[in-house]
Design a protein around this ligand. Structure first.
Ligand code: GTP
Ligand code: MG
Length: 138
């Protein structure tokens, strides 16, 4: 079965949405096979978000993602890469569809960072790269 890398970002942890997000993952039928809470540092995030390093919003993204601990998870299930992106909703939580995590649990678009509660790999290749990065035993 397919695997993906899933994360509950600092705003999701601070606002006590861990249980609600995991409930949605498990209700969908996905299996969480690895999970840990970590405070990510700038080095890890520069690798994780390599495609965004140097963009105008990168400094605010870094401040957001280092503002508190995150929950890093590996999920397994049929078509989970695309399916988890569907459960999350679109990047901007003010535009996400009702029923998605980013719509239902999302706050307003922060003045500087686009706080959107969760992360999911955008391809099977990205998933394997991110799992290896966050769970170094892989
Ligand atoms: P991730 O699952 O976190 O990778 O989100 P995504 O795949 O839906 O979006 P993308 O990879 O394009 O951007 C990564 C993160 O950078 C987003 O989740 C946002 O937190 C932030 N971000 C993306 N675009 C913008 C932007 O235009 N402005 C700001 N302030 N932040 C952005
Ligand atoms: Mg992305």
């Amino acid at each position: 079965t397919e695997r993906t890398f899933m994360m509950i970002k600092p705003d999701g942890v601070k606002r006590a949405k861990i249980g609600e997000i995991i409930r949605r993952i498990e209700n969908k039928g996905y299996h969480i096979t690895k999970m840990k809470m970590v405070l990510p540092d700038e080095t890890l995030l520069a690798q994780h978000y390599a495609e965004h390093v140097g963009k105008s919003f990168y400094p605010s993204l870094l401040r957001y993602m280092t503002s508190g601990p995150v929950i890093a998870m590996v999920g397994e299930g049929t078509n989970i890469v695309a399916g988890w992106r569907t459960l999350m909703g679109t990047t901007n939580p003010t535009k996400a569809a009702p029923g998605t995590i980013r719509c239902d649990l999302g706050r307003e678009w922060d003045v500087e960072a686009m706080m959107n509660i969760v992360h999911g790999s955008d391809s099977v290749e990205a998933a394997e790269r991110e799992i290896a990065l966050w769970f170094d035993e892989d």
